[in-house]
Design a protein around this ligand. Structure first.
Ligand code: GAR
Length: 216
């Protein structure tokens, strides 16, 4: 399956997907990465890996519609079949989202539908929840909303800071995103209503949720 990755910043999830795609047995390849921020450190990750990269600076567009139209054309020209938002911090128009319906994924560092939006780890700690995590889902018009494909649950520790929790969650995101993309690329993640049904062998049925050992 041909992937188009959208990112805005550090690009560590982009890096995880690049690494996954380097395995000849992985059922997907990155045909383009698009970054909206010319100063993003993730640009170096894409360049080092030698994947096709386009910088489309949203500031150079008059409106969200024209920016999203440029994204759409670039993705289509590259032959993208599945769009993966990897730390892409722009709100997309309803038109863009509906044209990639069930063909666009996002990763978010919480157990959705809890803690959508920004400053997740601070809010998790303030709320005092004992378990946090990360989620990969199909994109819908509302931010961080849509049918959930895979989640990882991560215990919150008493002495966690937003930074320490973010670090543990991010390490798990790097396993979760390639796993979720694999499920979609192999046709094993099917949207029924607004839930995802995972098909396939018994191992795959265990895949949508993983809980790493304590301390990871
Ligand atoms: C990741 O933690 C991702 O889950 C989050 O941005 C970070 C990007 O890091 N995404 C969201 O918060 C989406 N609402 P990265 O650039 O190193 O992949």
């Amino acid at each position: 399956m041909k992937l188009g990755i959208l990112f805005s910043g550090r690009g560590s999830n982009l890096g995880a997907l690049i690494d996954a795609c380097a395995d000849p047995d992985y059922p997907a390849e990155i045909v383009i990465a698009i970054c909206n921020n010319p100063n993003a450190s993730g640009i170096a990750t894409a360049e080092k890996a030698g994947i096709p990269l386009q910088i489309i600076n949203h500031r150079e567009f008059e409106s969200r519609d024209t920016f999203d139209a440029a994204l759409d054309v670039t993705l289509k020209e590259a032959g993208v079949e599945l769009v993966c938002n990897a730390g892409f911090m722009r709100i997309l128009t309803d038109g863009f989202v509906s044209s990639w319906h069930n063909r666009q994924l996002n990763i978010h560092p919480s157990l959705l539908p809890a803690f959508k939006g920004l400053h997740v780890h601070e809010r998790v700690l303030t709320a005092g929840v004992r378990i946090s995590g990360a989620s990969v889902h199909f994109v819908r018009a509302e931010m961080d909303e849509g049918p959930i494909i895979a989640q990882v649950a991560i215990p919150v520790e008493l002495d966690d800071t937003p930074e320490s929790l973010a670090e543990r969650v991010l390490a798990c995101e790097h396993e979760l995103y390639p796993m979720a993309v694999r499920l979609v690329a192999e046709g094993k993640a099917r949207v029924q209503g607004e839930r995802v049904i995972i098909e396939g062998d018994p191992d795959m049925k265990a895949a949508p949720l993983f809980i790493p050992p304590l301390g990871k």
